[in-house]
Design a protein around this ligand. Structure first.
Ligand SMILES: [Zn+2]
Length: 114
């Protein structure tokens, strides 16, 4: 172990980011293989760093095509609802008109028979 543990701890972040010289990387690598304490430190650093990076990652940006599609599909859904409500209202009005007409026709027929 040529590099002291304290120095390895300082180098861990650079080593992980591959920001060290190849010779330093191989020495850190050799130290991590032989020293369980630094290996554990590296493992913990690695998991904390992974969580930190993962938490700062943003969801993939929505493309303009996807945004346009979302707007259009929501408009279509609203239009479909309004259309259904309109058809239902017209159906109700027509049914009422037919009932009233049938009632009136039946009344005039009875009156004409008398
Ligand atoms: Zn060590």
């Amino acid at each position: 172990m040529s590099i002291p543990c304290e120095v390895i701890e300082d180098l861990v972040s650079l080593y992980k980011d591959r920001a060290v010289q190849p010779k330093t990387a191989s020495e850190v690598n050799a130290h991590l293989k032989s020293c369980s304490q630094c290996r554990e430190y590296y493992r913990i650093y690695d998991s904390i760093e992974y969580r930190r990076v993962a938490s700062t990652l943003k969801p993939p940006p929505i493309t303009t095509t996807e945004a346009k599609y979302a707007v259009l599909s929501s408009r279509l859904r609203r239009y479909r609802k309004r259309l259904l409500a309109g058809v239902a209202t017209i159906g109700l009005i027509l049914t009422g008109a037919v009932v009233v007409l049938a009632f009136l026709l039946n009344r005039t027929r009875r009156h004409s028979c008398d």
